[in-house]
Design a protein around this ligand. Structure first.
Ligand code: FMN
Length: 397
């Protein structure tokens, strides 16, 4: 009798309080889908062309299995890691994402505060919808992601502003000088600057809470770029900034950035092992092996595969992060076993943000942390630093 009453109560509860039984990233993904207009959820999920690069990101992680060791004392486990002058609560970094206020009116500020509270780094995008000064005021440990522009004066000014905020880490993204062919966005008529079509208005009308928040907030713009508005000369700021993306960037520009920024410089969007060797030779401090979440070059290898192509021992000399479909504590464990310094995540925290604002981002971090702790125990390692290549093997095909 007792059992049946409990079951009845539970099912009634979960029926009307549908969104609240959120135990993993996919639950937040489903909730974000219910909260955001379709064209925006499609933008968040977006991948290039046929989506092979994105699906391969997940498949490559699944192609490695874990070999736990037994009878190790894992009563207490340690997930903390050191990134240059900082201590992080776990080897996880919130990746840069553009125009985050589109997903929730608090946007980058909510993400920065969640990261500060849970002691993980957050990388603010150049293309953020909140100015970098406001984000540094909320979280002084923020890292800044830079796109290096055709006009060096624009990049120089951004670097100077980061230095003025005492920003310590600059993350230069190298794989987005040309927009990826995201066909869902093209089908949805989504382009910047955003001009609402009948389809967008119909999509938004189905999501009244999102629409009310969106209409209440400041118009969304490239908040870090207001200073160059005057140079836009009749075109919109978005068009001007897009025209400044630089397909002619070379290692000389990286040399220049390395010399211009007094702190830590990491390069994001590398995949080729030779490029990692060049980055190291140039005195860069770290790299993020990434295919931009499969949003740029379809059929590109994943960051996880690129990690396995590095010459042995290289990751002892330069910090190597990876990203792409990191969704579980076991994904982080696999990357760390193979020598990664940590994992970036993009879409997962945007799901949390779209669902519940700052508490949603915190919940995503909690989920990944508790999975990491549990999986460290189950694999038989008392500390992140004990993870090693002997604990993984390739799945037989
Ligand atoms: C909506 C969205 C916007 C993004 N904007 C940027 C950006 O401004 N700069 C950048 O370097 N990467 C950007 N990225 C890529 C992420 O930093 C990261 O490489 C990618 O999301 C990792 O894959 P994951 O989403 O599967 O975790 C963006 C990704 C998404 C989903």
């Amino acid at each position: 009798m007792q059992t049946s009453t409990t079951t009845e109560k539970r099912s009634l509860f979960s029926w009307w309080d549908l969104g609240e039984n959120l135990i993993d990233i996919s639950d937040y993904q489903a909730l974000a889908k219910r909260r955001l207009p379709k064209f925006l959820f499609d933008f968040l999920e977006g991948d290039a062309e046929d989506g092979f690069a994105r699906s391969n990101n997940a498949q490559s992680l699944n192609s490695v299995q874990l070999m736990p060791q037994r009878l190790v004392d894992v009563g207490e486990v340690q997930t903390k890691v050191d990134y240059w002058q900082e201590r992080a609560s776990m080897p996880l970094v919130l990746a840069p994402t553009a125009l985050t206020r589109m997903f929730h009116h608090q946007g980058e500020l909510a993400v920065a505060c969640a990261a500060e509270k849970q002691s993980v780094p957050y990388v603010l995008s150049t293309m953020s919808s909140v100015a970098l000064e406001d984000v540094y005021a909320a979280n002084p440990n923020t890292w800044f992601q830079l796109y290096a522009y055709r006009d060096r004066a624009i990049s120089q000014r951004l670097i100077q502003r980061v230095v003025e905020q005492q920003g310590r880490v600059l993350c230069v993204t190298l794989d987005a000088f040309e927009g990826g062919n995201r066909q869902a966005d093209r089908r949805n008529g989504l382009r910047l600057p955003f001009k609402a079509s009948l389809k967008h208005i119909t999509d938004a009308a189905r999501r009244p809470k999102w629409s009310a928040d969106y209409l209440r907030g400041e118009p969304i713009n490239l908040a870090n770029m207001k200073e160059v508005q005057a140079q836009a000369d009749g075109t919109s700021l978005f068009e001007y900034v897009a025209s400044q993306m630089n397909p002619s960037l070379t290692w000389d520009d990286i040399h220049w950035i390395r010399d211009s920024f007094p702190g830590t410089v990491i390069l994001k969007g590398l995949l080729h092992p030779q490029d990692v060797l060049k980055a190291k030779a140039l005195g860069v401090d770290g790299v993020v092996l990434s295919n931009h979440g499969g949003r740029q070059l379809d059929h590109s290898i994943s960051g996880f595969q690129a990690l396995q192509l590095l010459p042995k021992g290289l990751s002892n000399d330069i910090k190597v992060f990876i990203d792409g479909e990191i969704r579980r504590g076991t994904d982080i464990v696999k990357a760390m076993c193979l020598g990664a310094a940590g994992c970036f995540v993009g879409r997962p925290y945007l799901y949390g943000l779209a669902a519940h604002g700052q508490p949603g981002v915190e919940a995503i971090l909690d989920i990944l942390n508790s999975e990491l702790v549990r999986n460290l125990k189950l694999i038989g390692c008392a500390s992140i630093s004990e993870l090693n290549a002997g604990l993984v093997m390739a799945r037989e095909t």
